[in-house]
Write a protein that binds this ligand. Structure first.
Ligand SMILES: Cc1ncc(COP(=O)(O)OP(=O)(O)O)c(N)n1
Ligand SMILES: Cc1ncsc1CCOP(=O)(O)O
Ligand SMILES: [Mg+2]
Length: 217
């Protein structure tokens, strides 16, 4: 079975998984991204432009992918496996209503496929059975980035990481101040938006703070 490590998204120790803000100006954001990736270890960047047209997503991918590759950071597209494949991304992240997961697995056979599993052991086991490279659980904390429908607890991370080999991602309101218990519970990746892009001292400081908190956990 394919897994995230075989595609270069190593989960040896917990790592940072960056997600873009939901709306960006690609040319301006490219510099913020370069500063963030210069500041420390980042496993991957997910391009998550909500409600954007395919043309705009393509333009953003063209601007940001080279920055990721120059930093050895995997480039993952949110929501759309076919577009991820067409654009040559390293993979796609799909939610429970983002199309046919089995079809996506077949299309992205040599690429990363991550699946949102909310707070559900059942959804995570289904995702694992169909060959997901990682499962994502959340939201762990209140977040302003997305309306929260599902809340996940630390026990889910502990259970998954003890029972399963497939890497797990924790998401939702994660900051340098609150991430310690998630790391200790076995999260392989911490996915963040606000903790980096809204850091008061800028995205580079956000990446440094997250990596320091992961290392200290
Ligand atoms: C790493 C990661 N985990 C969860 C999500 C949420 O995906 P989804 O439920 O499809 O919601 P949207 O992000 O599409 O609003 C994610 N994007 N990334
Ligand atoms: C996309 C997504 N899915 C669940 S919570 C969330 C938003 C994460 O953003 P933040 O790190 O700012 O809470
Ligand atoms: Mg989605």
């Amino acid at each position: 079975m394919a897994n995230a490590a075989s595609h270069g998204v190593s989960s040896a120790g917990c790592r940072l998984y960056l997600i873009t803000p939901p709306r960006i100006d690609p040319a301006a954001f490219r510099d913020h991204l370069a500063a963030a990736l210069d500041a420390g270890d980042v496993a991957c960047l997910q391009l998550r432009l909500k409600d954007a047209a395919a043309d705009d997503i393509e333009r953003a991918a063209e601007a940001l992918m080279p920055v990721c590759y120059a930093h050895d950071v995997a480039f993952i597209l949110n929501d759309d496996a076919k577009l991820a494949h067409a654009l040559g991304c390293d993979g796609a992240h799909l939610g429970q209503t983002d199309g046919d997961h089995e079809g996506a697995r077949a299309l992205l056979k040599d690429s990363i496929l991550g699946i949102t599993c909310h707070a559900s052991r059942h959804l995570a086991m289904e995702a694992g059975e169909l060959g997901a490279d990682y499962v994502a659980f959340g939201a762990f904390f209140p977040t302003e980035t997305k309306d929260t429908v599902h809340t996940a607890g630390i026990d889910l991370l502990e259970w998954w990481s003890e029972m399963m080999e497939i890497p797990c991602v924790a998401i939702g309101g994660i900051t340098a101040a609150n991430c310690g218990p998630l790391v200790r519970a076995g999260a392989d990746f911490l996915a963040v938006v606000g903790a980096v892009w809204n850091h008061p001292d800028g995205p580079a400081a956000g990446v440094r703070a997250m990596n320091a908190a992961i290392a200290a956990a």
